[in-house]
Design a protein around this ligand. Structure first.
Ligand SMILES: NC(=O)c1ccc[n+]([C@@H]2O[C@H](COP(=O)([O-])OP(=O)(O)OC[C@H]3O[C@@H](n4cnc5c(N)ncnc54)[C@H](O)[C@@H]3O)[C@@H](O)[C@H]2O)c1
Length: 327
């Protein structure tokens, strides 16, 4: 039996990862360490709550004593770090907590893992840092997608905190031979995402015939991946990835915010004029796009189905999960 310490597993991607991992793979015990911030929803883990291979610990990744004791008690083979403050808008209003969780938290986890693993020479151990395309900054329509060698040019406090963590992971790899891998993924969508994020906002606003707020001229472009494809890529990176490497994980499916909102309105048979332009976000990146060939070639990563199908599933999920609630 192998043990994986998953952090932030009660959030959007982490809960999808845990549910999917326990469903697909035998022989793993998952310990979920989550602080349960506003972004967490333990309901998303109700199907695995009583699973014999699942344990939950409420706590902060910045709590060195707690993290150290978990590493000593459970001796995990892998740490997969999803725990983060993840909302760009919040990072503009209150950057401090982003620096604490997203940078100090990652160092605290790595220090505990290093102490626990180093005597055995890190043999068979993996620390997987879940990062984002936003660390590369913004490109224009004419520029090529980011590769893993693109410079880190973050523009928001959120992306700067994630880029800082990536650099710290790199430093631990170079300095201590720490067995880490970084994955950098594009925007995720799918079940269990916090309603503050773009796609849930579109669906839940449309459901109530409320305006969908779109920043600026709505032409900003994002690449979108279904959350379970991202989770599968993380599992592949954990199983097949080479320590010290970075893997971009994307779908190559890019849409402007306004086109995406209108697509969702069309699926839901709602009037397109529910789209409402609002003042732009400060420092709003124009376009993110990833070159994911390395993950495809070296990890065998591939998205399972196209956006058109997955977004239908996603709309259905929100309609069912939120029927009877107000958005
Ligand atoms: N959502 C995306 O589109 C996307 C894209 C690329 C990368 N990522 C990265 O993936 C990871 C997960 O993103 P998400 O969208 O699931 O985030 P989320 O905000 O939905 O969930 C974050 C989880 O981390 C927990 N958490 C926060 N601070 C903590 C702390 N100090 N200690 C322990 N737990 C803490 C929260 O309680 C929550 O359960 C993040 O690192 C994010 O940067 C997200």
């Amino acid at each position: 039996m192998k043990t994986i310490l998953v952090t932030g597993g009660a959030g959007f991607i982490g809960s999808n990862f845990i549910n999917r991992h326990l469903e697909r793979y035998d022989g793993y015990h998952i310990i979920n360490l989550d602080k349960l911030t506003y972004a967490a929803n333990p309901e998303y883990l109700k199907d695995v709550e009583c699973h014999p291979c699942y344990s939950f610990i409420q706590g902060d990744i910045c709590d060195a004593e707690l993290v150290g004791s978990i590493m000593e008690q459970y001796r995990p083979d892998a740490v997969v770090n999803f725990a983060a403050e993840s909302h760009v808008d919040r990072s503009i209003g209150d950057p401090g907590i982003f620096a604490v969780t997203n940078i100090i938290g990652v160092m605290t986890l790595m220090d505990a893992a290093r102490r626990s693993w180093r005597d055995a020479g890190y043999e068979g151990k993996i620390f997987l840092q879940v990062s984002t395309d936003e660390v590369y900054g913004s490109i224009t329509n004419d520029q090529e997608p980011f590769t893993e060698e693109s410079p880190l040019l973050p523009n928001s406090p959120y992306s700067a905190s994630k880029a800082s963590a990536d650099l710290m992971v790199r430093a631990y790899i170079k300095t201590y031979g720490f067995p880490a891998i970084i994955t950098r993924c594009c925007n995720n969508y799918g079940p269990c995402q916090n309603p503050e994020k773009f796609i849930p906002t579109c669906i839940l606003s449309a459901m109530e015939n409320k305006p969908i707020p779109i920043y600026g001229d709505g032409l900003n472009i994002r690449e979108w991946i279904y959350v379970q494809d991202h989770c599968d890529a993380i599992a592949k990176a954990m199983f097949e990835g080479v320590t010290g490497e970075i893997y971009n994980i994307g779908s190559s499916e890019e849409f402007s915010n306004i086109d995406l909102a209108k697509h969702i309105l069309a699926i839901m048979n709602k009037p397109l004029d529910l789209v409402q332009m609002v003042n732009d976000r400060p420092g709003h990146d124009f376009r993110y796009a990833l070159d994911s060939r390395k993950a495809m070639e070296r990890l065998g990563f591939k998205c399972s189905r196209r956006f058109e199908e997955r977004i239908m599933d996603t709309v259905k999920w929100y309609l069912s999960a939120y029927s009877g609630h107000s958005a």
